[in-house]
Design a protein around this ligand. Structure first.
Ligand code: PLP
Length: 398
């Protein structure tokens, strides 16, 4: 464990003059040295644009950029490398699918089936292309109501768009089961994997979904880079999302034709350094003992629940049976922003607010909550520091 933490240079820093207690990995993860070195090495050593030069650096950059598709394809269970589209992140991936896949299919009143626990990134893009949203309800335990899901899939939505892991509750949704249900009803499935890929392996060759997306920065990689995976036949049938350089076949003033996917969806100079950093992040994560990291996450979660239960007036929003390391709570008499500010003075970084899940907060009848989320570098000491900080909040607001 401590050897994993030692690979993240940020933990040698302090915050507000206190040892850093970073419990906001749901918002963004910290970066291991190898990822920082990969980006720096590119800029310092062989920076050049891709696909355009016949000189050494450009060829090397092109190979590194396009070669990362192989790394991602393998990471996702062994899908086709040409099914990997590089985007800015999960948000852009979902917008791409909304514009290029859904919009051409839209008819008046057409619906997209989402869930009550979606991040706004899996709500707004569908609304922007005119879809009516229906949402699978979330139970008091913070889990999807699968009976309702079955019924609602039968109501003819154009797409099921569902998160793999809730960023607010940590719930791990039964994607394979939902995908099998959706298939029986002939409904394609998009999965928002932003909070999943950093916590457990994902195999898209068996999951039964049609689109899957994630962000590099929640996977120990850089910001501004992410992945959309789509089934080859779907991507091939989709029109471009944005137009510009590098996505064309032939251009005239009368008419232009476009490259095959994935190039068709990667207009303009992409985040080359980011993709190189993503490659390093995925290689780093894949080299870890992932079952051990999952066990550690589960053990810390159990310990975290136990510790926080001792804080008077603290209430968990929900406690799903299957979840990743996320503790989301409110405290009687203290606003989540006050909680986060007091913790900040102790060097503890948590998130306060609606975590881009306003409908989920409305479902649980609270406007905001406080969220502590874990990474592979999280320790029991972090949770003890959090608990001590929360007891201090209690003293001040009790
Ligand atoms: C579940 C989920 N989906 C989508 C997003 C959006 O990701 P990004 O801002 O990297 O595009 C997030 C970010 O918090 C998330 O947690």
């Amino acid at each position: 464990m401590s050897s994993v933490r030692a690979e993240f240079p940020i933990f040698s820093r302090t915050s507000r003059g206190k040892p850093l207690t970073y419990l906001d990995s749901g918002a963004t993860t910290q970066k291991p040295q190898v990822v920082i070195d990969a980006e720096l090495g590119f800029y310092e050593g062989w920076n050049a644009n891709i696909h355009r030069g016949v000189y050494e650096f450009s060829e090397r950059a092109t190979m590194a950029y396009d070669g990362t598709r192989d790394t991602v394809a393998e990471f996702l269970g062994g899908v086709r490398a040409d099914e990997i589209v590089f985007v800015r992140g999960t948000t852009e991936a979902i917008n791409l699918v909304a514009h290029s896949y859904l919009k051409p299919k839209m008819t008046p009143g057409a619906t997209v089936l989402v869930t009550e626990m979606e991040h706004h990134a899996n709500i707004i893009p569908w609304q922007l292309v005119g879809a009516t949203l229906k949402a699978i309800p979330v139970t008091d335990a913070g889990e999807l109501d699968l009976q309702a899901a079955e019924r609602m899939l039968g109501e003819g939505p154009l797409l099921l768009a569902v998160t793999h892991v809730s960023n607010t509750l940590g719930t791990i949704n039964p994607i394979a089961e939902l995908a099998a249900m959706a298939k029986r009803h002939g409904v394609p499935v998009l999965v928002d994997g932003a909070q999943a890929v950093g916590h457990f392996p994902v195999d898209l060759t068996t999951l039964g979904v049609d689109f899957y997306c994630f962000s590099g920065h929640k996977l120990f990689g850089p910001t501004g880079v992410g992945v959309l995976w789509g089934r080859h036949e779907l991507l091939e049938a989709m029109p471009p999302f944005q137009g510009g350089g590098d996505m064309i076949d032939r251009v005239t003033f009368e008419r232009s034709t476009f490259a095959a996917s994935p190039q068709r969806f990667e207009a303009g100079t992409p985040n080359i350094a980011g993709v190189i950093g993503l490659d390093a992040a995925i290689r780093w994560l894949s080299a870890q003992d992932r079952p051990a990291l999952e066990r550690l996450d589960a053990e810390l979660l159990a310990a975290g629940y136990e510790m926080l239960e001792q804080v008077p007036g603290l209430r968990f929003i929900a406690r799903p049976a299957s979840q990743v390391g996320v503790l989301t709570f409110t405290m009687d008499g203290a606003h989540p922003h006050d909680i986060a500010s007091i913790l900040d003075s102790e060097g503890v970084c948590i998130r306060a607010g609606h975590h881009c899940t306003q409908p989920l907060h409305a479902r649980f009848g609270v406007p905001a909550s406080a969220r502590a989320s874990f990474g592979p570098y999280t320790t029991e000491q972090d949770l003890l520091t959090l608990t001590r900080g929360l007891l201090k909040v209690r003293e001040l607001f009790g």
